[in-house]
Each structure stands twice: as C-alpha cells, then as structure tokens.
Ligand binder design. Structure first.
Ligand code: ADP
Ligand code: MG
Length: 286
C-alpha cells in the first residue's frame, strides 16, 4: 500500500462525507465480513417523538411530563431530547435540577426541589402501577417516578432512516452478515430489524452498554472481522473494540472520537460506499 494511494483514497472519502482517520483504516474496511448496527440513532433517526403519556391515579399527566423533562434536560439521549421537546411544545416551564446522574442503557436520575426523580426502564422501580405497565407499546415506553414508584409513563417512537433498508440489503447482497445490537426491548428491536431486512436470529436486544463490547469480542472469537456502527456514548467501547469502528456524524462526541470512520451524512448508505472505496483504493495499490 503506497502512502500516496491511501492519501488519495482518504481524500476521496472526505469528499463523500466519509471521514477516515488514518491510512490503516481503508485496509481494515476491506477485510470486514460482519457488520453490527446500533438501533437508536443509527438505523433510526434518533429523533424520537412522545406518542403516549400517562400518569398514575392522583397525578396529572402534565406533572409527570414536567418531572421527566426536568431530569432529561441533563441527558443527550434521543429519548431524553424527545421528552424535553414535548414539554417545551406544551409550554411547560422545566424546573431546575441538581445532581444529575446518567444511567447508561437504562435511564437517568436527578434531584428536583429535594426529591430524587428517576426516568427510564421499568426495572429501575420497585413498583409500577398496572395502569402504567399496560401502556400501549407502539414504541419504547419509559417511566418517571420517585421513592421507588413509577408515577408516569411515556411512549417514545422513532423513525427508521429512509435509506437504512436499502443500505442493509445492499450490504447483505455483498455477503456481509448484518446484526442489530440494542439496549431496547426485544419486541422493539425485532420490529425494526424486520423493517430493514435483518434476520431475527441476528438481533441482540436488551444488551447493556458495558456488554456491547463483549458482543463484538464474541463475534471476533468466532473468527469474524467486525465493523460496528453506532452513535451513542453507550456504543463507544464497542466501536473501539471492533476491527473497524464507525460513528454517525449526528452522534455524540465520544462515539465520533472512538471511531475510525465518521459518517458525516449520518446515513448507512455511506457504509457500502466506504467498502467500495477501500476496494478501489487497495486494488490500485497492488
Ligand atoms: P440503544 O442501544 O437502542 O441505542 P440505549 O442502550 O441507549 O439504547 O438505551 C436502552 C434503553 O434504556 C432505552 O430503550 C430506554 O428504555 C432506556 N434509557 C436509556 N437512556 C435513557 C434516558 N436518558 N431516559 C429514559 N430512558 C433511557
Ligand atoms: Mg444509539
């Protein structure tokens, strides 16, 4: 591989919105046979909307939304942004919080006027009232509560990016094995996978952030050469562990810093383009 040819390949990538961080990266790109995709913010836009809101008996839904939005004002998670936007659009004045704490892969906690308020998965609470637990699930349902009891529920739905399905089908046609890796519930992950043409047997749901790294390692131990595409703080370790790490240009700084390639257009179509570029570049070199 002549340095000159790699330089040319790298600058051609940059023109297409594929930011390649070093000369070795194109060689790594050519070798991959397995692609692992994060769901939220990668296959989907990550621009979620609150579609349902409910509160436990005795609490006004707007009060549940206000508490949730206050906690989430400290988070950059797509779910958090959706909840804050919904509160703002209802003209709610979001209270100040202190001692914000992120719970990667499950939620967030903060103090509002002396009360510790939690937002996130149901297992963060000891008690979830039945009227909240049965909330229609046309997306991801998260709960807000305090004193170990869930008091409100919010369903957040996210759209699949227009180009995700075509890109994934093209990659599979090239012979790559494509996996979906998500911290979200099984039924949401499987529904998205079906939409974009990923086999149900290649869906790994309810994976905690610290375990995303191990999933990559297990695939590597099976002899696979793995690329990981993600956008979140929770994807960073997996992006580093992968033979080729890619981050969406709309993602968090940590994800982009961890990646070998940044997809500026935040579009999975850039993945087959990057592979094609690596093949062309390295063919010239030989
Ligand atoms: P993904 O792997 O799909 O990007 P994450 O690992 O970030 O998802 O999150 C997994 C799950 O944890 C979410 O589906 C949600 O239920 C919960 N969660 C994570 N962060 C938050 C947050 N800030 N607010 C509410 N729920 C959250
Ligand atoms: Mg994500």
């Amino acid at each position: 591989a002549t340095p000159m040819a790699l330089l040319v390949g790298t600058s051609r990538g940059a023109q297409k919105g594929i930011l390649i961080k070093g000369p070795q990266v194109l060689e790594d790109t050519r070798r991959i046979d397995t692609l692992v995709l994060d769901k939220t913010g990668t296959i989907t836009t990550g621009v979620a909307q609150v579609t349902d809101l409910a509160a436990a008996p005795g609490l006004h839904p707007a009060a549940a939304l206000t508490a949730a939005a206050a906690v989430e004002s400290g988070s950059e998670h797509p779910i958090a942004r959706a909840i804050v936007r919904r509160a703002q659009s209802q003209g709610i004045k979001i209270p100040r919080i202190t001692d914000f704490e992120n719970l990667p892969g499950s939620g967030a906690v903060a103090t509002i006027k002396g009360t510790r308020v939690t937002v996130g998965k149901s297992d963060l609470f000891d008690e979830v009232p039945p009227e909240l637990a049965t909330l229609e699930r046309r997306g991801t349902t998260v709960f807000v509560g305090w004193d170990a009891k869930a008091r409100g529920a919010l369903t957040v739905a996210d759209e699949v990016r227009d180009t995700s399905g075509d890109a994934i089908r093209a990659l599979r046609a090239e012979g790559l094995q494509v996996w979906l890796l998500s911290g979200d519930a099984e039924h949401n992950a499987t529904a998205i996978a079906a939409t974009v043409g990923i086999d149900a047997e290649h869906v790994m749901a309810e994976v905690r952030p610290q375990d995303k790294h191990d999933v990559i390692q297990q695939l590597q131990e099976q002899g696979r050469v793995v690329a990981m595409v993600g956008d979140g703080v929770n994807d960073a370790a997996a992006i580093v562990k992968a033979d080729l790490g890619m981050a969406m240009g709309t993602g968090t700084d940590v994800a982009m810093e961890s990646a070998d390639i940044v997809l500026v257009h935040a579009d999975l179509e850039s993945v087959p383009r990057a592979i094609e570029l690596s093949r062309e570049t390295l063919k010239v070199i030989k």
